[in-house]
Design a protein around this ligand. Structure first.
Ligand code: HEC
Length: 168
């Protein structure tokens, strides 16, 4: 029995080292863990990162007709209903971000462009094919501002209808 131990620890010095290590290494690990956990609580950056992860879930837009209406942003409408044509330039659509393709059209003004979109124009179906119950005129307007803005247009954001102006 004693010989087996003797193989591992041959001198009092080695014994001291082993005792020292077995005492302090766990202490260091615990200290590091405490620093790690403490950071999560105190540092704003970590909390912000966590909030960003949670946000898309917390902001899920459940379609509840009785609840306050949450308007889509111009970018959201664009991605949902316009990008299919305006990103690629399909069917001769003026492309997103193409200053040359938009310059003449921008001269028609925000109202002119929005009217063309709502009525349909050339190969573009009325409302870009979106149904009015899904995308309102106001939301179409925001998409026009977003799309035109990508190509040098500087139209102001349209006003939100009714009293729900805070839902930007
Ligand atoms: C099916 C393809 C298609 C979709 C979807 C589409 N567009 Fe278009 N869009 C076009 C085409 C093609 C034109 C060029 C029409 C023309 O001048 O003959 C156009 C032109 C426009 C114009 C310029 C109108 C003018 O008076 O010159 C605007 C603004 C516009 N689209 C916005 C949108 C927005 C915003 C959406 C999404 C809600 C959208 N479009 C969805 C194909 C599309």
């Amino acid at each position: 029995m004693s010989e087996e131990h003797g193989n591992l620890i041959k001198s009092p010095k080695q014994l001291a080292i082993v005792v020292f290590a077995s005492f302090f290494i766990p202490l260091i690990v615990i200290a590091l863990l405490m620093v790690y956990v403490g950071n999560g609580k105190t540092k704003g950056a970590d909390a912000d990162a966590a909030n960003k992860l949670i946000k898309p879930v917390a902001m899920l837009d459940f379609k509840d007709a009785s609840g306050p209406k949450v308007f889509k942003t111009g970018e959201e409408v664009y991605k949902q209903a316009c990008a299919s044509c305006h990103t690629s330039g399909a069917a001769g659509a003026p492309k997103f971000g193409d200053v040359g393709g938009w310059s003449a059209r921008l001269g028609r003004g925000y109202d002119g462009l929005l009217t063309a979109l709502i009525k349909g124009k050339g190969a573009m179906p009325a409302r870009g094919g979106a149904s009015p119950s899904d995308i309102s005129n106001y939301e179409l307007g925001r998409a026009v501002v977003y799309l035109a803005g990508s190509a040098g247009g500087k139209f102001p954001e349209p006003k939100a209808p009714e009293e729900k102006a805070e839902a930007k």
